[in-house]
Design a protein around this ligand. Structure first.
Ligand SMILES: NC(=O)c1ccc[n+]([C@@H]2O[C@H](COP(=O)([O-])OP(=O)(O)OC[C@H]3O[C@@H](n4cnc5c(N)ncnc54)[C@H](O)[C@@H]3O)[C@@H](O)[C@H]2O)c1
Length: 253
């Protein structure tokens, strides 16, 4: 797969799946715009890409701020005059607890980032793709918890189910106009988020331990990035509104 001459925007690019995806796009020849609120992590990813001879532009931003996503896309268009691919990976894990222990603050925080910010991002990303003669591709990161219930975090699971609804609805609306929109559903990927979840593991959720997964191990961020790049590539031309499961067999069990 080559993305030479293409421009990809990745949110949550400072860490985990977003980081691996940004590096994979750059490796495949794309210029990459990196968005994250973690300025230090973002700078490190930007430097690694530039050290490999790639082109990267970092935007330190909190995507829950209204207008941020649009400002970043405007800057991308100013720099490269196009946007071909976007991956919305910024997200938070919520809290490991049962429903009765959840509260409004947790609800607002989780939904604001996992859902509302993604909705804002897509609304900023779609117009330049509609104007692009080659169209565009958006991949949203849902979760295995977007396909099945979660014993540990109802709010997180709600947000990730909603990501699939958002993805499918937008996919239906823009497919004929050249913008393909899909989701990826990973589970238990080896990232800082998974480490935080494991730290609060209560026995009901998947741990990083391989035995939990039918594959015998959990997925790496690079394996998720590989699926994201495929969905973003011409080889996936008829993938529209799909929720691609890459989860070491978690939801097959
Ligand atoms: N790791 C897993 O096991 C797993 C499984 C299923 C789904 N996911 C999803 O994949 C995505 C990436 O997760 P990850 O494991 O790489 O997590 P991570 O914590 O390693 O990375 C998430 C990134 O999002 C950024 N971010 C969070 N809120 C933000 C905001 N308001 N503005 C800008 N940036 C913000 C963080 O700073 C961080 O760099 C998330 O949507 C997550 O829900 C992860």
């Amino acid at each position: 797969m080559t993305f030479k001459g293409k421009v990809a925007l990745i949110t949550g690019a400072a860490s985990g799946i977003g980081r691996a995806t940004a590096i994979a796009f750059a490796d495949a020849g794309a210029a990459v715009a990196l968005l994250d609120r973690d300025e230090t992590g973002l700078g490190a990813v930007e430097r690694s890409i530039q050290n490999l001879g790639g082109e990267a532009l970092a935007f330190a931003c909190d995507l829950t701020d209204p207008g941020t996503a649009k400002a970043a896309v405007d800057a991308v268009e100013k720099r490269w005059s196009r946007l071909d691919c976007a991956v919305n990976a910024a997200g938070v894990e919520g809290r490991t607890c049962e429903l009765l222990e959840e509260d409004d603050a947790l609800y607002d925080h989780t939904m604001d980032i996992n859902l509302r910010a993604m909705w804002h991002c897509m609304r900023a990303q779609i117009p330049p793709m509609l104007a692009n003669p080659n169209g565009g591709s958006i991949v949203n990161i849902s979760s295995g918890a977007g396909l099945v219930g979660s014993k540990r975090s109802a709010v997180y699971s709600m947000s990730k189910h909603a990501v699939i609804g958002l993805t499918r609805s937008a996919a239906l609306q823009y497919a004929k106009r050249g913008v393909r929109i899909n989701a990826v559903c990973p589970a238990g990927v080896q990232t800082p988020m998974a480490e935080r979840i494991i730290a609060t593991y209560d026995g009901s959720a998947p741990s990083g331990g391989g035995a939990f997964y039918p594959l015998g191990r959990s997925s790496t961020a690079e394996e998720i990035a590989s699926g994201i790049l495929w969905l973003s590539s011409p080889g996936a031309a008829s993938a529209v509104g799909t929720a691609l499961t890459i989860d070491a067999g978690f939801t097959a069990a």
